[in-house]
Design a protein around this ligand. Sequence first.
Ligand SMILES: N[C@H](CCC[C@H](N)C(=O)O)C(=O)O
Length: 259
Amino acid sequence: MKFYKYQGTGNDFVMIDNRLGEWDDLSNETIQKLCDRRFGIGADGLIKINTAQGVDFEVDYYNSDGSKSFCGNGARCSVAFAHFLRIIEDKTTFSAIDGLHEAEINNGIVKLKMGDVASISKDGDSYVLNTGSPHFIQYVDDVSNYDVYRNGNKIRNSDTYRKDGINVNFVQVISEKELFVRTYERGVEDETYSCGTGVTAAALTFMQNNNQTSVGIKVKGGRLKVYAEKEGEGFRNIWLEGPANQVFEGEINIKSLTF
Ligand SMILES: N[C@H](CCC[C@H](N)C(=O)O)C(=O)O
């Protein structure tokens, strides 16, 4: 199987051109093996680019445990991959598990339109919202020294969230224009270097309490930017912007995967 390795601010993916449907039947076990950082290629997730009616392509995202979701950084990397494959020029409309998305790419920077967010819920002092995948947002004083794995895993597996899972984001306010976000990701079951839907969720909880229309977000793997407009209890015209890069390409014999 031919694959390409992409990363968006350190959130990394095995990317497959599946427009001919050759890899429609990849099993969960094979996806887990391909994403394994010792026995496979190694990635937070795997993405198939499929053909789809009425749009340029479909993004079919799988977490490293094989579960499906929407992935903001993965979608941004998919736009870069579609540009590399000459499926698109610099603008696109594609489909994903949460619906249709517009995006544009300029010099390796991808700006992705996220779905509207109708409302933000509270869980104690924390926030809960869905930006294409579910997110729990907790503000902390010193996120650099925070035990993201231990505390994220505890919330993700709590009675409230265990059944469907949730991504857990810990957020430090750096300034009125910048946040530092670290994320424990459902389906990876570990901290990732960046979570696109997570930083979008964090930005919206921050913007609801001030009049910003954009926020810079520092993550372990780099920097992203979120733009949004308030609408009622939620937000519309939400965009996630940042780099998306091809790291390497390769061939792998799936039958040789063992673990
Ligand atoms: N683990 C997430 C999906 C990937 C989210 C993240 N990688 C992003 O960039 O949005 C979930 O199962 O909801």
